[in-house]
Design a protein around this ligand. Sequence first.
Ligand code: P1T
Length: 381
Amino acid sequence: MKFATKVIHAGIEPDPSTGAIMTPIYQTSTYVQDAPGKHKGYEYARTQNPTRTVLENNVAALENGKYGIAFSSGLAAMDTILKLLRTGDEVISTNDLYGGSYRLATTVYERFGIKVHYVDMNDSAQLKAAINERTRLIWIETPTNPMMNIIDIKKITKKYNNDDIIICVDNTFASPYLQNPLDLGADIAMHSATKYINGHSDVIMGLAVTNNEFIAQHLKYLQNAAGAVPGPQDCFLALRGIKTLHLRVERSCQNAQKMANWLNKHKKVSKVYYPGLKSHSGHSIAKRQMKDFGGMVSFDLVNNKYSVAKKVLSNTHLFALAESLGGVESLIGHPASMTHASIPKKERMKVGLTDSLIRLSVGVEDYDDLREDLAAALAKI
Ligand code: P1T
């Protein structure tokens, strides 16, 4: 089955009791048993819920994986993956990643004796130097949030995928339509489903997909043991959103590419971070491992003061000033004070995340309207 068919049909059957074509919202916390232990496969809704099961199977198919496991947020998915580790284990992570992921790994998991090394994953020597016999997890985010760096997934999985090390790719920025980490040798593809997968800015959710039965069993065990599960209404909304995933992402990519090209020539813009630009250092890798270059664009200003960036951020009308991304509507954000405020300034500056960096989540609106909106805001500085 091809992707555009999978989003609508994979794992989805009409409801057996009524024929309802849409997966029902099983709004229940428990299931009646005929006799102790005699039930229809559903006992308690933390453990299983039929709406969630359909979503998990559908997303597994989109990522070319066997097992999908849903969580109450992207960070709950990451938290559960980190719980596969033990005290003394070590993680190697991309040095430029979502601020909340950094916060969870450092301020929470380092307290439990799990050490995290942040490295430039495009620098093979840095990666090699950080790997040791205690390494249990390699955490790759690509494209990275918000610097849009591209990491060659296959290059890393070819070298380091073995029985001791789990390789997980946070695939949120790409979405399963553009990039499938399991096909590139990763063990887990993880998503903040809050973003492109749901796509309508009305759900918080996370997902993990794997082909590895051992990892799947452990994640399912932890999903039930800790209970960070999404509710059935949210699963329904995500299933509904997924039906147009390919169409939404395709349009976002077209708009983002045009926006990046235009910004790249704008005299008040000093640098544009978008893998679809030929000048981007990860352009050729992105071309190989992604179907298109995504809907996220970051840029910096010639006059690189926060006060100047603030003017742009406060003067758009279609681009709403808000955290998050991947919805049908365009958003504008200031990573240094919003999504990445939990990363110390010294660390931020190392990867170019300046106080004047602006991030766009380019939606599916008319491109000319979006460009005019941004042009008017840039004209204010
Ligand atoms: O918000 P939540 O569903 O818990 O997902 C966390 C998360 C994980 N990974 C990546 C790459 C992300 O971008 C996020 C959330 N990011 C934002 C809210 C943001 O505006 O960047």
